[in-house]
Structure formats: C-alpha cells, structure tokens
Design a protein around this ligand. Structure first.
Ligand code: FAD
Ligand code: SF4
Length: 608
C-alpha cells in the first residue's frame, strides 16, 4: 500500500505497508530455497574423530569444520551465481569428471529464492554455446521452442517509425525466457551431481594468509534492522573451494571487489566498464496480434539524440511478448527517468496498438555491460576466476551476452579442471578466452558502442561503416567516453522533464509495476544499500544533480521526503530493490554500495 503526498515541488511516494507486496512463488522447478535447511542439516551431522563434521554427499567426500564461530563446507569448486555462466561451468566440470572418470565436488550458491528468480534478459538466444555444452538439447526438451522468424529495425520519431536495414542476424536464433532456460540448466547440473543452494547470498570473499581466495561466506540470516538476532537467526556458512568461480552477472558485488583488489581491469584490456539499464515487461497480447518469432529493435525516440539506447520487442510463445527499453547509463541529463522513458515508449503510435487489450504478466529491471572488448578485465585472480557478465562478455551490437557467458563458464571450468587434475594453471583460462570465438566476436564488435559517443546519427553512420564495410577490421579501436557516474551533468544545465501520467492501459506507475516483479525482502533486516558518506545525498546529489537516484532507480527505492523541518532527506526503501545495480553504477559520487541482502529476497521472476 502506498500513499502519495504533495510537497511544494512534486508528489512523493511513501511506502506504508510495503510488505503487502507479497512474494508469489510460481516454482515449477525443485530448485527452490529449502536448501538453507539442507545446508543446516548437513552441518549438523555428527562430528568425526577430529572434531570436524563429515558427510558423504552425492558427489564425493566433504569435510565440515567449525571455523571460528562459522560452519565451513569444503568443495573442490565453489561457484557464485546460478545464471548461464555459473551453471554452464558447473555442468562442464561434471561432464569432464565423467569423461575422465574422476570426481570433483561442485557447489553453486544463488541469492534468488529459486534458480532463475533473479534472471532478467531479452532474450533472443544464440544457441552456439549450448550446442557445445549439451548438443542434444532439443531431445532433452530445453525450453527453446520459438525460432526467430523475422528481424525488424526501426528508427522512431515521436509519431513515426522508419524501417532501416536490420544489422542483426538472428537466423538460427530463438526467442526464449532466459529464466526458464536457466531453470532447465539447473536441473541438468543437479542430475550430474552439482549441489545447488538457492536462497544463499555470497556476501564475503575468504582469503588465506597468502592473499589467495579460498572461497566465500554467505551472510547471516535472521538479523533485525537494529542488528539484534531474531528467533530465526542462522549464522552464515563458509563455503571453501580449491577453486572459486564468480558468475554474479553484470556488476557483481564480490566480483567488483576482486577486480579492484587484484587490479584486474588494469591487467586486462584496461578501459573502465560502461553500462546500461534494461527495463522489461512480459505482456500477454491478443492472439490475432501475436507472431511467434517476430523480433523488433528500435532506436531514437523517446530517448534524446545524446542518449544511447533502444527498445526490444520479442514475440515469445503462448501469446507472450517481451517488451523492454535499454538506456545507456552514461546519459547526461539528471532529470532523465529510464522507467518513465519506457512508459512513454509504449505509447508510441506504432507500439501501442500491439499492447492494447493485453495485460502485463511481469515487470523487472537489470543492468547490462556495454564496455565490450575494451573493458574486459584480466579474469583470473589467485584462487579462481570471473566469468560471464561479471567480467563483461556481452556483445553490444548483438545485445547478446548469454552465449558468451555460457562459453566463458565452460572455458573457466576446463581450466579449473585441468588445474585440479593435472596441475596446470588457472591462467590458461585467459589464453583460452583469447583463442575462443568470444574474443573474435567482441573484437569485431568493439567500435560499435563508442561510435555513439558522437550522438545518434553520427553513431549510426559510423557503426554502419564498421558493420557493413570494415566488418570489424578497422585499424583503430575507439575509446569509451567518461565512466557513467561522471557523465551526469549538473541539473542547472537542464529543465525538468514532464512525463505523461500513466494511463493504466499501456503505461503504469511504479508500485503497480513493482507488484508485478514479485519482489520481496524481509523488512526487518539491515539495509543492503549502504551510503559510504551519509551526507552526500543531501549535500551533493540533491542540490547539484536534483537527486537523480529518485529517477534512475526503477523501483523507487530512493525518495527525497521532507523531514519535520521541511528539508528534503533521502529515504531508502531497500525492501523494493530489484537488484538491478544501477545505483552502484550511476551515483555521481559512487557513494552507494550495493551489498547482498538476506538470501532468498529480491525479485521473484518466473518468465523473464
Ligand atoms: C534487458 C536485457 C536484455 C538482454 N537481452 C539479451 C538477449 O536478447 N540475448 C542475450 O543473449 N543476452 C541478452 N542479455 C544479456 C544476458 O542476459 C546476460 O549476458 C546473461 O544473463 C549473463 O549471464 P551471467 O550468468 O553472467 O549472469 P546473470 O544472468 O546475471 O546471472 C547471475 C546470477 O548470479 C546470482 N548472483 C549474483 N550475485 C550473487 C551473490 N553474491 N551470491 C549469490 N548469487 C549471486 C544472480 O542472482 C543471478 O542468478 C540481456 C540483458 C538485459 C539486462
Ligand atoms: S536500489 Fe539500486 S539496485 Fe535496487 S532497484 Fe534501485 S537502482 Fe536497482
């Protein structure tokens, strides 16, 4: 339940009983988070003679020990994140075990309540990596049913749509729900003996005295807002691995720490990462308008010519259509509101008729990497490696990162396996990446995104030359512009943008959308959104940038609310967070630190 209040300047939204946003679990898979009990059961097994707890698991020996006051579980490989990268790595490791007749223990921790609950993507799926990983995926009933039938590319002005030649080549690709594919991959991994723990958030990196990563720790559960322990308190668990693989997706909270700690960006391709925010709904539309496999991308309106981004509209199966807008986070105007831009997009005369008469099944948002080749960090650190979008392998002109995430997971798994079994080095992962098709793809695509630094039309012209004439063989590599947080300019240089009110037909307010994301966090827990300096919002963000976090956050987590003296103060409604990570990227002073909340909270996506 929300109520609007009016201050002198604008209306504000205050959550009154945000726990009315109930989590509606639609678990079709068995990969749900009763696993905390399962872990608890394991660590409460009787102790052996050494005082360590022991258990014979499905896939070999584990030993459990009480390390300080935290229980420890030991694995050969610990993987953080059950997305395409993490699960592909887990599957590949177990396949190699079968081929070589050895056993390695592999576990995957996932912060979503179930595998797939935090997965949000387009998704037009290129099956190249899956063909390599599970060649018989069709016979094994992967949820990949809708081949792309047509590719359309439009340039939008406010009232018109101009068809352009499509630079996309989606022949042989499929329109899917990535969340559903990931659930299927999770089942495959479990069948092979991987232990998957959904509902567990990796909050800490564990290191030994040689500065080598030795695993991760999950955060404590059942801690109240004031720091006291609630009745359901459970201490976090240490999951130690001979190898730790991070697959947290774009802007992974632990991955970013490791990239800084070991200077991996400087050791890699060297440039900073750039990002976009994707806002998406899945609609159910009238049957007579539905064309399974129809793919549309647009550029231009509603975004201004200096803001890079565009929309996607993919017809899935069962009358479902994925509709979204991607807005690059290097936009300059602090009054820009990506959520409202998306609502405007749906009102375009060429889009609205498709959606009218339909209804929204789900809403969500997630950031994506746009830095591409120039921004790849060195992905190996002492004790492990980084895979998928945590390292930034997304191909921007294709708007695809699933196949590269999967392939990088497979390559990391191969290097981890040969390190554990044959004594080779984990560093081989870097060499193997560079001789793989990921490298070739990202190299060819490298100048596309920086070309749009010069604006929409010069960007279109430059990228067309790159794509159609030079075919990626240009002798120069363009640099990215400023990091996204530095790109925001002062509010005094712009006028506030007047967005139309939601019509309740194709455009909606944030609380309505948030309800459709199934987001749920226990309210009585410490906020997972930290301000490094609590004075920056009121002293810098508000006066200088008109409080941009109140607009770029697609879940209205950040609100400036008048206090008793009438001064605007930042209120953080952490329970609404969609885990998109935009705040950790876009805040002008990099003052927001995104950490994991209690495992199992957050969005509950089922078809994203
Ligand atoms: C709007 C949008 C549209 C896109 N469209 C396409 C498309 O059409 N085609 C395409 O191929 N790609 C597309 N992508 C990109 C694609 O979704 C990603 O490249 C891909 O999902 C990356 O896979 P990943 O495994 O690296 O990360 P993710 O898919 O993000 O998975 C990471 C997993 O790790 C979990 N996790 C993160 N941190 C922790 C932690 N600390 N502890 C425990 N668990 C954790 C997360 O909950 C999540 O389940 C799109 C992305 C977006 C945002
Ligand atoms: S608080 Fe940050 S991570 Fe959460 S939804 Fe808002 S911008 Fe995204």
């Amino acid at each position: 339940m929300y109520k609007f209040i009016n201050s002198s300047s604008k209306s504000k939204l205050i959550p009154l009983l945000s726990n009315s946003i109930l989590y509606k679990s639609a678990c079709s898979s068995n990969l749900v988070s009763n696993s905390r009990n399962e872990i608890s059961k394991k660590i409460h097994k009787p102790k052996n003679g050494n005082g360590n707890r022991v258990l014979w698991g499905r896939s070999g020996f584990r030993s459990y020990s009480s390390e300080s006051d935290r229980e420890t579980m030991n694995y050969d490989v610990v993987i953080v994140g059950a997305g395409p990268a993490g699960l592909s790595a887990a599957i590949k490791l177990k396949q190699l075990c079968q081929q070589k007749d050895v056993d390695l223990s592999v576990c995957v921790v996932e912060k979503g309540a179930e595998v797939g609950a935090h997965i949000l993507s387009g998704n037009v799926f290129e099956p190249r990596a899956l063909d390599e990983l599970v060649p018989h995926w069709k016979e094994e009933e992967a949820p990949i049913d809708v081949p792309v039938t047509s590719d359309n590319f439009w340039l939008l002005t406010e009232n018109r749509a101009f068809s352009l030649p499509s630079p996309f080549d989606n022949k042989g690709n499929y329109v899917i729900s990535l969340g559903q594919l990931v659930r299927w991959l999770g089942q495959k991994a479990e069948q092979l003996g991987v232990e998957i723990y959904p509902g567990f958030a990796a909050s800490e990196i564990l290191c030994n005295e040689h500065n080598e990563v030795t695993g991760i720790a999950t955060n404590d559960m059942g801690v109240a807002k004031d720091g006291s322990r609630k009745e359901n308190y459970q201490h976090g668990v240490a999951l130690k691995g001979r190898v730790t693989l991070l697959a947290e997706g774009c802007r992974g909270s632990l991955s970013e720490k490791l990239i800084k700690k070991y200077n991996l960006r400087e050791k890699g391709q060297g440039q900073h990462q750039t990002y976009a925010l994707g806002i998406k709904e899945v609609w159910e539309i009238d049957a007579d308008k539905h064309q399974p496999g129809y793919v549309l991308h647009t550029l231009g309106w509603p975004l201004d010519q200096k803001t890079y981004g565009g929309s996607f509209l993919y017809h899935m199966k069962d009358r479902q259509v994925a509709v979204g807008l991607v807005v690059a986070l290097d936009y300059q105007n602090p009054f820009l509101n990506p959520y409202e831009e998306y609502q405007r997009f749906k009102r375009h005369p060429a889009i609205r008729p498709l959606l009218e008469g339909g209804n929204v099944l789900q809403y969500g948002a997630r950031s994506l990497n746009e830095g591409g080749f120039q921004s790849i960090p060195y992905p190996v650190f002492p004790g492990g490696a980084i895979m998928g979008c945590s390292a930034g392998f997304l191909n921007v002109p294709k708007i695809k990162g699933t196949h590269t995430a999967m392939k990088s997971g497979m390559l990391a798994a191969e290097s981890a396996f040969s390190m554990l079994q044959e004594g080779l080095k984990m560093e081989n992962y870097w060499d193997n990446l560079r001789s793989s098709w990921i490298w070739e793809e990202l190299y060819t695509a490298r100048n596309y995104r920086p070309a749009f630094e010069y604006g929409l039309y010069p960007g279109l012209a430059l990228s067309a030359v790159e794509h159609y004439i030079l075919k990626g063989r240009s002798p120069v590599t363009l640099n990215h512009g400023k990091p996204d947080h530095e790109a925001t300019r002062e509010a005094q240089l712009f006028s506030p943008i007047e967005y139309p009110k939601p019509d309740g037909v194709v455009s909606f307010d944030v609380p309505t959308s948030l309800y459709r994301s199934n987001t749920n966090h226990d309210h009585d827990q410490p906020s997972h959104l930290h301000l490094k300096d609590p004075t920056v919002p009121e002293n810098v963000n508000l006066p200088k940038y008109a409080g941009p976090e109140a607009r770029y956050c697609p879940a209205r987590v950040y609100e400036y609310i008048p206090d008793e003296t009438g001064d605007l103060k930042l209120q953080i409604n952490a329970q609404n967070c969609l885990h998109c990570k935009a705040c950790s990227i876009k805040d002008p002073k990099q003052n927001f630190e995104w950490t994991v909340p209690e495992g199992g909270g957050g969005p509950g996506y089922t078809i994203m």
